[in-house]
Design a protein around this ligand. Structure first.
Ligand code: SAM
Length: 463
């Protein structure tokens, strides 16, 4: 039997104070159990709830599984039918359902990679709202992009910026999530490496970094909008310390989130000179998930009328070009029969589609921030020829002008490993390959053989 790693003495001391004698042993015991496994379904891709899953009360479409399946060898996972997310993080779903938000919210996830909470927000916004998901670290931004593309809802813009770069977007968002980098105390069970990285000095370092991020984030919600602050640590310095910082410096108000006592979420009160702020903690001995902290704060409303950006006549950008409406009359331009008008942009040879009503917002973002992805990348548009791309296959946009072929599980896995697959009937040309009705990618049928266009960097590397 593997021995559980020794926990740092100062961590244990603070936790004992936080939990009290009655909970202490339960907490320590829970840390020695295997981490529970949960998934959150993509409500737009229609995968049925797992037969052996146990619904998570505070998270729409989320289920705890009795054991960890091999997700890598499940084509539905690669099709964006679900996201593997530990259950506590799904509390954001319940929180969003409690807020007084407009019909078409504009949201920011400032520390977004790998995209667990961004895909949750994307599902919440559906075809109504727009999400700006930001990740400052380049390699992590790539993972965020992959997960966003697979989720496929087309309502997300991805940027790679430092929080300080967001100043021109102050008072723009209906809600801002800061899921901050932290000392990771809540992940000790799931990721023992975080035990090695923990030290009192690192907690102080994290608290300083969190305050610097929040200093920028605090200006970004609209008056009356929300700031949601979360970490995966229990530490009061990183949690209540920063709630106090927001209350004292930016006039934020507390927001109570009603919770069902059966969920066993721990609500406590953070007392500040500006008022009492309810805060919520998830402990592994009480919930089927890992450690999490969340607090919701509201920016005071203002008397002034809200200003929405207007569509500029010209969109001038060094790399990105908005295509004129007549381009879609070109015989090779992709055919998209959708109820909502789309606008098209080109970045080098890459062709993107975005709902037209988000154009003013998107262009305001694009001229100020370092955009990495947005809407749906349909494919490559090169010298009047169009080549469909993987993001379109995985998106909810229709692809009715293409032949399609349903693959068996074995064929789908071969496809996802980027191995050749034999097509049964389709005509020559581009074929959309599906698994359980969900698009997973493209092959080009050449008659005697076919070419597999699954992206090399996404391929399954497991036997
Ligand atoms: N929200 C993500 C999710 O649910 O999948 C997890 C976010 S993780 C806790 C925090 C993220 O903040 C990391 O991806 C990290 O790269 C990023 N980060 C690190 N330093 C940062 C900084 N100074 N400003 C903003 N983000 C930072």
């Amino acid at each position: 039997m593997n021995e559980y790693p020794v926990l740092p003495a100062q961590f244990l001391e603070t936790m004992k104070q936080q939990l009290g004698e009655s909970e202490w042993d339960h907490f320590l015991q829970a840390l020695q159990q295997p981490a529970p496994v949960s998934i959150r379904l993509n409500p737009f891709k229609g995968m049925p709830a797992p037969a052996n899953g146990q619904a998570i009360g505070w998270s729409s479409h989320a289920y705890r599984l009795p054991a960890r399946p091999n997700f890598t060898l499940d084509p539905c996972f690669h099709a964006g039918a679900y996201y593997v997310q530990e259950a506590s993080s799904g509390f954001l779903s319940h929180v969003l359902n409690q807020l007084a938000l407009p019909e078409a919210p504009f949201a920011l996830d400032l520390c977004a990679a790998p995209g667990g909470k961004s895909t949750l927000i994307s599902s919440f916004l559906g075809d109504k709202g727009l999400l700006l998901a930001n990740e400052v670290i380049k390699s992590r931004n790539q993972v965020l992009k992959e997960n966003t593309i697979k989720w496929g809802l087309g309502n997300t813009v991805i940027t790679q910026n430092d929080p300080a770069h967001f100043a021109p977007l102050s008072e723009s968002f209906d809600f801002v999530l800061v899921d901050a980098p932290c000392s990771g105390e809540g992940l000790f069970r799931k990721d023992p490496q975080s035990i090695q990285e923990w030290s009192p000095e690192n907690v102080h370092l994290c608290q300083g970094r969190q305050s610097r991020i929040l200093q920028e984030a605090a200006a970004l919600p609209k008056p009356g909008g929300y700031l949601i602050y979360s970490t995966c640590t229990y530490n009061p310095l990183e949690n209540e310390g920063n709630v106090r910082f927001l209350a004292a410096n930016f006039g934020y108000k507390p927001v109570e989130i009603p919770i069902d006592p059966a969920w066993q979420i721990s609500r406590s009160e953070c007392k500040t000179e500006q008022g009492v702020f309810p805060v919520y903690r998830f402990y592994p001995h009480k919930v089927p998930g890992e450690g999490l902290f969340m607090a919701v704060l509201q920016r005071p409303p203002s008397e002034a009328n809200e200003k929405s950006p207007k569509k500029a006549k010209d969109f001038r950008h060094p790399h990105l070009q908005r295509l004129p409406g007549k381009v879609r009359n070109h015989p090779s331009f992709p055919k998209l029969d959708v109820p909502e008008p789309l606008s098209y942009y080109q970045y080098n040879n890459h062709l993107f589609a975005l709902p037209s009503r988000w154009v003013p917002r998107f262009e305001t973002i694009a001229i100020r921030l370092n955009v990495q992805y947005f809407g749906v990348e349909l494919g490559d548009w090169v010298r009047d020829t169009f080549l469909p791309g993987p993001a379109w296959a995985l998106s909810m946009l229709p692809k009715s002008s293409y032949a399609r072929e349903e693959l068996t599980r074995e064929e789908a896995i071969r496809y996802l490993k980027k191995e050749p697959i034999a097509l049964s009937k389709a005509d020559r040309g581009w074929v959309l390959v599906n698994y359980k009705g969900l698009g997973i990618g493209w092959v080009k049928n050449l008659g005697n053989r076919s070419n597999n266009y699954y992206p090399k960097e996404w391929r399954i590397r497991m036997d």
